[in-house]
Write a protein that binds this ligand. Sequence first.
Ligand code: HEM
Length: 497
Amino acid sequence: MHLVDHLSSSPYSAVLGFAFFSYAIAAVRKRNSPLDKIPTVGPSGVLTSWIGAMRSFRHGPLMIQEGSEKYPIFKIPTFSSWLLVVAGPELLEDMRKASDEQISFLAALDASVQFDHTISPRLRADDAHIRVIRGVMTKNIGARYPDVLDEMNKTLESLLAGADKDWLHLTAFPSALQIVSRLSARFFSGPVLSSNPKYTEIMEKFAVHVVKDGGMLSLLPGWLRPFVSRIQFDTEGNIREIEEYLRPILAERLERGDMENPDADSNDLITWLWNAAPEAQRTLHDIAIRIIWLNVAAIRTTSAILTHVLFDLAIYKSYIEPLREEISTIVEAEGWNKVSIEKMKKLDSFMKESQRVHGSDAVMSDRLAVSDFTFSDGTFIPKGTRFAVAGHAINHDKRIYSNPYEFQGFRYVDMDPSKWQLASLSLEFMGFGIGKRACPGRFFAATELKTAVARILLDYDIKLTDEKAGRPKDFLGMFMEPGAKAKFSFKRRVPIK
Ligand code: HEM
């Protein structure tokens, strides 16, 4: 029998017919899709894009680097959908200027971290916590600086207690997490909670839970999410525990009438959030979930940068002495305070370079088009499209940086501080995001991080525990992860006073 006759008279014909029909529909749909006009990195055919998805799974950051060098906006195939990436300066400027009603940061964030299940749907009720960070919290960094310094000293005393006589080996990222969660807890909610390891442990657990479990839940159908979420993490139980820690503090302040005129001890996030919240959200629960979310936003990001900076100090040792000299000269003349920390320009530059080279994800600043959106070059994306910025590629663009892959710790020392300080925003540096929803905590993060590194540099020597193995690989998929297991070692260089 001829092959065609065989196929047409066998069950294969039905399968083949169905496959051909599906392919034809997919091809027509694809041709009509507005995204089809946007250039693709990797194969873009209905079937071949699966090969591209496999490539992007293994080498996504490289494909994004390639796309950024060729196009201002492009897409790469992934297993679930196209990943749309913006890299060109004019298009980034369009994103910077766009309103939340056009492209939404929160809708994109919510889609990936699933707030309803990982923290609470009430988080969406109001933006009070964002107003607080941008306003009263940032204004109070100077006034509250002594707490940051005191907590840093206490944290180092306990974390590095074994480093007096010999090298102490510590797993890098968890140690940075410990430092940052204590500093954040002290600044956010005072010394009683920052010195309570159970409180900081729950906050650290939330930081992992929201990102990891949220990401996993987002891949499941909506009806399954509440069940899986309950199996993964006892969100409600953990929130209740945080409420119990906050309850006596809040009750005492309300009884004393401290909220309107906070003294030094009650001038913190608990009071600020209470005052900023609309009446209906002045509840223990609402304060607790907002503090949890701000901890999540603050802890992982800051700990990752601290780890990268400490790795870079251990590797580029020639920077250590000039940095120590700068820090000790300024501290001897002016003491430890927010202004003296701001004057540490070499330290600022070193940390910014560390963030540039190692600290940005391949794609970041996700947005969701909540209405149809047209970029200034005419590129159209329909309502409902998610897109992101080529963070790592922009930070390694040779049109912006000379020798972009070379670590130059003092690259920004003499550059315009409004654009090139650690906490500055610029479309040529992707660290704290872009536009109206750029990180509101960046000023606190910069002060906290510089204090931590300055204290460590003055009192300790640092090296990679396994110098031969070198620095761990940066990327885990599209994300910059500072290596979960890598260790660094510390040894005290000045006696304890
Ligand atoms: C080095 C440390 C940090 C880094 C690298 C970082 C980075 C970022 C980035 C990239 C975004 C998204 C911006 C965008 O999509 O355009 C963001 C948002 C945010 N960050 Fe940070 N962040 C850091 C520290 C902090 C700290 C310490 C806080 C809290 C005090 C904080 C609170 C937030 C909040 C609340 C948002 C969401 C803003 C909104 O809803 O508009 N971050 N951060």
